[in-house]
Design a protein around this ligand. Structure first.
Ligand code: HEM
Ligand code: HEM
Length: 153
């Protein structure tokens, strides 16, 4: 690629990251709702517009798949853009931050598929991984933001 600048590509990255963070927020909300519904005896657990547990669960699942897709898109953009510009990878901490986030997101999605009454480890794994993922998102955003400065006119 012989483009004068990759700024358009990094704009897509910034937008995808914003959407990923929004997805994370919605997953945390719906996840906490499911958790409360499961662990409390009180009535009126979900907001009236959300329907029952089945609906909340499939909403959570759909947003989750969206977030996984966005993170994989970001990985592809990062690798293609860096290879296009430098011809090699590994120019900053952003690489390791990005790879860690990808692993955490895939681990979260995998553990989600394992949640059941028989596999007692899956739910704590899912919740634990997602708490670490918040830190990963912060790290990848900050390092992404700082490498983007090189491409600004
Ligand atoms: C990676 C994409 C994700 C997928 C595919 C996914 C899917 C699921 C599934 C299938 C369950 C089981 C629901 C049930 O017990 O009926 C679950 C539970 C849960 N998820 Fe996720 N999830 C994802 C990401 C997240 C994130 C990012 C968070 C928090 C920030 C989160 C928080 C929770 C919580 C707290 C529970 C436990 C609900 C309970 O205890 O009943 N999830 N998730
Ligand atoms: C989950 C989110 C993200 C993942 C998985 C990811 C992944 C990657 C990877 C693997 C690289 C190659 C790094 C290297 O070899 O040095 C890269 C490069 C890059 N990414 Fe990301 N990225 C993410 C978010 C972001 C964000 C939010 C931005 C800012 C808008 C961004 C901007 C960049 C830039 C500018 C580069 C070129 C690196 C350089 O010039 O040194 N990325 N990304």
């Amino acid at each position: 690629m012989n483009l004068p600048s990759f700024i358009w590509l990094w704009k897509i990255a910034a937008w995808s990251m914003g959407l990923s963070l929004l997805a994370y927020l919605l997953l945390a909300l719906t996840g906490i709702w499911m958790f409360q519904e499961r662990t409390s005896q009180h009535f009126l657990r979900f907001p009236w517009f959300m329907g029952g547990r089945r609906q909340v669960r499939s909403l959570h699942y759909t947003i989750g798949i969206t977030m996984v897709s966005l993170v994989l898109l970001l990985l592809a953009i990062g690798i293609v853009g860096t290879l296009g510009h430098f011809g090699s990878l590994g120019h900053s901490q952003h690489l390791i931050a990005g790879l860690i986030v990808v692993v955490l997101v895939l681990l979260s999605a995998f553990s989600a598929t394992q949640i059941s009454t028989r596999r007692f480890w899956a739910r704590p794994l899912h919740i634990g991984v997602n708490m670490i993922l918040l830190g990963g998102f912060a790290w990848v955003s900050l390092t992404g933001w700082s490498v983007v400065q090189k491409y600004l006119p």
